[in-house]
Design a protein around this ligand. Structure first.
Ligand SMILES: *Cc1c(COP(=O)(O)O)cnc(C)c1O
Length: 357
């Protein structure tokens, strides 16, 4: 079989999606499946749709266009604010986009009018994580602008926490989003379809008894794919954390001295000078080289029982461990983090295969 490869267990992904969709439905929350870490892999997206995910969220218009071409009949949500240079493509291919800039809203409205379409808008509110979002004080004016543009349809408001500073969704910020939704509805006499509370980082708050209030929508990626919540990387009860794994092949396996020799300076991927090395337990140990590197996956996001990752450069992963018994030609499987998965999906050298059973 080809290596390196991502092994994707569609049945486990189906289970994760069904479990979360049903769990959240009991709290009145619908789910957009965010497929960006898989570059919108159609097999995964179709599995999610069959499991009850009501729309697909993607950060790149190119991926949304590809999913539309693959014949997927489900609404597409562009989860990153559109580039001004792409508004025509956005209104043509995405039902809804997340937005925070008046100039983009006007450009989307003009593009939608030219194409005879009505484009859905989810206005993102800044609640402290300092990535995208309108400050609460400016929200009313931007809602007013959106409502005045007849080729736009205000679908709701949303927020995104956890991604930039790791700010946790909790009672206070979620209540603020709910209160903003209610206030806007009262002020403008409208009904907001979505109050979109966030991403996988919102799950611990809900699981801990958090009251959804007006929150009736989440955009989930990591929880569906890897069964973990991103704030502490804790496994979510009842979900598979190994639905996607990375397999690499051993190209060298030798007993070698534990410590390097010669004077040391920077390594190919380090940002500072060589760090002092800890005193080793034993002078000589087994080490294996795998044909996998920074170009294929984020080494910091790989793990396997009994294996220590000792370093990585563009094309080599060096592993050790007290009891490793790898030989040239063997395959080693790794659990993979979200960031590492994102990179592996992007690498032309990593193949994907679907496993059954
Ligand atoms: C990536 C992203 C998501 C999904 O985040 P996960 O942590 O993978 O659930 C949701 N919303 C926005 C705006 C995103 O950028």
């Amino acid at each position: 079989m080809r290596a390196p490869r991502l092994e994707i267990h569609l049945e486990h992904l189906r289970h994760n999606a069904c479990t979360l969709v049903n769990r959240l439905a009991r709290q009145g929350i619908s789910v957009t499946g965010v497929s960006k870490a898989t570059l919108g892999l159609p097999e995964i997206v179709r599995t999610w749709v069959a499991a009850g995910v009501q729309s697909i969220g993607e950060s790149r218009i190119e991926t949304i266009e590809a999913l539309n071409r693959s014949g997927l009949a489900v609404p597409m949500l562009l989860i990153r604010s559109p580039m001004l240079s792409q508004v025509d493509r956005v209104v043509a291919h995405a039902a809804i986009s997340c937005n925070s800039e008046p100039v983009v809203l006007k450009a989307l409205a003009a593009a939608a009018a030219r194409q005879g379409l009505r484009h859905g808008v989810l206005l993102m509110v800044e609640l402290g994580d300092l990535r995208e979002g309108i400050l609460a004080a400016d929200l009313e004016a931007i809602v007013q602008l959106t409502l005045a543009l007849p080729s736009l349809l205000l679908v709701g408001i949303g927020t995104n926490l956890g991604c930039q500073y790791g700010v946790a969704p909790e009672a206070s910020n979620m209540a603020e989003l709910s209160a903003l939704a209610t206030a806007l509805e009262g002020r403008f006499g409208i009904r907001l379809e979505w109050c979109s509370g966030g991403n996988s980082a919102n799950l611990p708050w809900l699981a801990g008894g958090g009251h959804p209030g007006r929150i009736n929508h989440l955009r989930l990626g990591e929880a569906l794919l890897l069964g973990r919540e991103p704030l502490t990387r804790t496994a979510i009860p009842g979900l598979y954390t190994d639905a996607i794994t990375l397999v690499a092949e051993v190209i060298e396996a030798k007993r070698k001295p534990t410590l390097p020799w010669g004077s040391r300076q920077r390594t190919s991927f380090s940002t500072g000078s060589a760090a002092p090395l800890p005193e080793p337990d034993q002078p000589v140990a087994m080490r294996a080289l795998l044909a996998l590197g920074e170009q294929d996956a984020d080494p910091a996001g790989l793990s396997a029982a009994g294996i220590t990752i000792q370093g990585a450069s563009s094309d080599h992963l060096v592993v050790g461990g007290p009891a490793i018994a790898l030989e040239v030609g063997d395959e080693q499987r790794f659990a993979i983090s979200y960031s590492s998965l994102l990179r592996a999906m992007t690498s032309p050298f990593v193949s994907r295969c679907f496993v059954e059973g």
